[in-house]
Ligand binder design. Structure first.
Ligand code: FBP
Length: 545
């Protein structure tokens, strides 16, 4: 395949590592840990991997060189930097012993179960250093949760003499990594499992994980596009742009893009839920801003919409929750796809049926029919941006009749998601991912299992970053999934008392009416540090003490 000039030049970039990982390391262990919720239940479910300490690597000679093979899986949606996690892991295990081998399981967790793999050699790794995408081995969403999958996995792991498996994934995939670690530990199979925090959504973070990889590059890519749109609409002054942004349930991506680009409106799902706002409240708010700008002759603007918004409108949330229960039964599963809408209608409460019937047919059927393998509503398929702009148009027409609005409303629609998931990693993601992978090799050498690779202190220069591991059980609680209570990693939503949201809230009224757009431009890989090495605004605000 022909390489672009950027790919060729970028291949020689040597990602930065924390000082603590550069030489030989020792393990510094902290106190015993407990899960974030439901401690007794999580402890009973994970008797072999519960309560382990947080660990940090410090210079020393505690972790010996070793001869071993490692397997790696890319799981779930693509995120910029995945190839650097793999190259960091590769370099890390090779530094411990040049004979160590890395095997990549193909197309996600399914590759482990179906025994599809390749050996990742020097030349393959070199082709993918500092590139975006997951195409080195492909990714997939097979859910690893059944005993026969684990047993099938151990056969190939033994055949390839693999000592440890690294699962690069989001909250659901790392939950599965934890279940697998517990299972292999309980059985005494001697295979370690290590997780790596991936997802552009930014919702895999907590007191230990500062950010998931890919969030930095994806939000910079979307912000470049939003900035370009802002400049376009400020030039022609005739369009309102409704821009939906990926990110599943959490609004981290939309909020970060708002902090980078200062749009007229950014909806935050978590706030909408907390304030019990209806769809009509949201539409009235947007129409009010459109009318206020029109009164000053500005018939243009930008509205950012998190893709999970619809799930957070309380009436729709109640509807989804009942739909999940209805769809979880064997009886519902046996109903053909054509008859499913009618089936859910006849099994729904009166209140939810009224909400269901008020939605446009396309949105209603996406809510009722489409789930991913983890049971999540596939919010990326729901065209919230069109739904909202249509409703705003109707509201403005009514306001015009009542003499409350003079202006012209011409909406344009965008959905940014896939555009950013495979971008060439920013310097931050290139360094962060390489460090996460390299660090995973040290967790393996230290004999750890059921741990997530963690790099902290990320707004400091990379040389000062803190490297170590956190037991995955520490991040877990029980949640209802497909009708049953299951142990899962707690998803991090936007905190309404957190610094990023507070900053947005303090500025949004001004950004709504005035035109305060900021144009971040494209990600830069070379040049002044303030242009190339900035972290996200979210991280900067969160870490400002
Ligand atoms: P992960 O949780 O697997 O990282 O998913 C990220 C994501 O990009 C979401 O933002 C989006 O809703 C979803 O994947 C889309 O899924 P798919 O790639 O299957 O279309």
């Amino acid at each position: 395949m022909q390489k672009s000039s950027l790919q060729i030049a970028r291949a020689s970039y040597q990602p930065k590592l924390p000082e603590a990982l550069k030489g030989t390391v020792s393990v510094k262990e902290g106190e015993a840990t407990r899960s974030v919720g439901d401690q007794a239940e999580i402890k009973a479910l994970f008797p072999n991997t519960y309560g382990m300490p947080v660990v940090e690597f410090v210079p020393g000679t505690g972790v010996a060189e070793g001869r071993f093979n490692v397997g790696v899986i890319l799981s779930g949606g693509q995120a910029p930097g995945g190839h650097n996690v793999i190259s960091g892991l590769f370099d890390g295990i090779r530094a411990l012993n040049p004979a160590n081998k890395l095997y990549g399981f193909l197309m996600g967790p399914g590759g482990l179960v179906d025994h599809k793999y390749i050996e990742l050699t020097d030349s393959i790794i070199d082709d993918y250093r500092n590139t975006g995408g997951f195409d080195i081995i492909g990714s997939g969403r097979t859910k690893l949760e059944e005993t026969d999958q684990f047993e099938s996995g151990i056969k190939i792991l033994r055949q390839l003499d693999i000592k440890a498996l690294v699962i690069i994934g989001g909250d659901d995939s790392n939950t599965n990594a934890c279940v697998l670690a517990e299972y292999y530990q309980a059985k005494g199979y001697g295979v370690q499992v290590i997780g790596c925090p991936k997802t552009i959504d930014g919702d895999l973070k907590n007191a230990q994980i500062e950010t998931s990889f890919g969030f930095d590059t994806a939000t910079k890519t979307y912000s470049e596009l939003i900035g370009n749109i802002e400049r376009d609409c400020n030039s022609s002054r005739k369009y309102w742009h409704f821009i939906k942004l990926m990110g599943r349930s959490a609004s981290h991506i939309a909020l970060e893009c708002a902090l980078q680009t200062h749009p007229n409106i950014c909806l935050i799902s978590e706030e909408i839920e907390a304030e019990d706002r209806s769809l009509d409240d949201i539409v009235s708010y947007i129409a009010g801003v459109v009318a206020a700008r029109a009164a000053e002759g500005n018939n243009f603007g930008t509205v950012l919409i998190p893709e999970g918004l619809i799930e957070f409108v309380p009436a729709i949330k109640r509807l989804i929750s009942e739909l999940n229960d209805i769809l979880a039964t064997d009886e519902a599963r046996a109903v053909s796809r054509e008859n499913q809408i009618e089936y859910v209608r006849t099994h729904m409460s009166k209140e939810n049926l009224a909400t269901f019937n008020s939605l446009p047919a396309g949105v209603a059927s996406q809510l009722a029919l489409d789930r991913d393998p983890h049971g999540n509503v596939q919010v990326s398929l729901i065209e919230t941006e069109k739904l909202l702009s249509h409703m705003v148009g109707e509201k403005l027409a009514a306001m015009k009749k009542a003499g409350q609005y003079v202006g012209k409303f011409t909406p344009m629609h965008h959905f940014f998601g896939y555009e950013g998931r495979c971008a060439a990693p920013s310097n931050f993601d290139a360094d962060y991912c390489y460090s996460l992978g390299y660090n995973a090799s040290r967790l393996i050498a230290a004999g750890k299992t059921g741990y997530m690779s963690v790099i902290r202190g990320t707004t400091a220069p990379a040389s000062e970053w803190i490297a170590g591991g956190v037991p995955i059980t520490m991040m877990m609680n029980l949640e209802k999934r497909s009708g049953k209570m299951k142990p899962v990693i707690r998803k991090a939503l936007v905190e309404l008392d957190g610094a990023p949201f507070k900053y947005y809230k303090a500025h949004r009224d001004e950004w709504a009416i005035k035109t305060c757009f900021v144009f971040p431009g494209a990600i830069q890989y070379w040049g002044p540090s303030e242009v190339c090495d900035q972290t996200t605004v979210t991280l900067q605000l969160e870490q400002k003490k």
